[in-house]
Ligand binder design. Sequence first.
Ligand code: NAP
Ligand code: GLV
Length: 310
Amino acid sequence: MAVLLSTKASAMADWRAALLALQPDLDVRLFPEAGNPEDIEAAVCWSTHDMMELRRYPNLKLLISMGAGVDHLLRPPGPPPGVPVARLVDVLLTSAMTEWVLLNVLRFHRQDLEYRQQQKERIWDELPAPVTPTRRIGVLGLGALGGDAAQKLAGLGFPVSGWSRRAKDIPGVTCYHGDAGLNTMLEKTDILVCLLPLTPETHGIINGRALARMPRGSYLLNSARGGHVVDAALLSALDSGHIAGAALDVFVPEPLPPSHPYWTHPKVIMTPHAASATIPASVAPQVIENLRRIKTGEPFINLVDFAAGY
Ligand code: NAP
Ligand code: GLV
């Protein structure tokens, strides 16, 4: 069995080394050097790979995303028919995302934008003290990433709510689901954190109507996918002061063109899709485990539900 790896050139060697460290005899092929297409039984790919190209491998039995998200693999034309898709769930992927969320929640909560501006202008002015138990956080998506961020924020003493597709019960987090649940949560959210997968249901979910439901002066964090946010609606809410600040890690398109207004907006904090990157050595065990299951026929781990879209 051969495994095809496909990602940006700079990451390829790390991926290969991580897999070979666990299974030295694994036949790893680095795209585009796939060799005989009939040898390839698994492909481990990032968004750079063309899904039509995967139709060249008649014996492909599993496609693994190099990240937590799979929107880049599922969007049309999608993976070859009949090939299951697995994604990554990983302790380092989760902890890095929670760090990014905590960094930006605390940045807004502790009035960092205002104090940095005051420092620039050499203004000594103590602002009203922030009060943690009254700063309401709402987390969209309570999966591997959103669930952890919500619990860590609750651990700091913030009142935390979360929204998922199915009903959930998470200690210390007020859980909502469904359309009505979303509206109720938005109305009680001072800092909204988006950690949803991008699916047809969640595309554009942070639109003008959703932002208008949030209290005036609230904040947005998006480290899920750029497609969740309607940029024109967010820019208009920032300019009117309805939304006081946004921390954005993901955009449409990526890289964001230099002319985009986010780059210079005084209320926007940007990172270049860097909130949580996959560390190949950390995720290699679950990839090797799924390759083993191709041989044994056991159910794959972290399998994507095509009907749900994530
Ligand atoms: P996950 O474990 O699959 O969790 C997804 C959560 O979203 C679940 O709670 C799910 O509800 C909820 N959800 C999905 N569709 C919904 C809908 N229509 N309405 C309400 N809730 C919905 O995913 P994850 O591992 O936490 O990752 C989330 C996303 O983060 C990824 O898809 C990816 O786009 C993004 N990400 C970004 C970076 C970065 O560096 N910026 C890094 C990693 C991941 P249920 O619990 O009911 O299923
Ligand atoms: C990164 O964006 C991921 O989906 O892991």
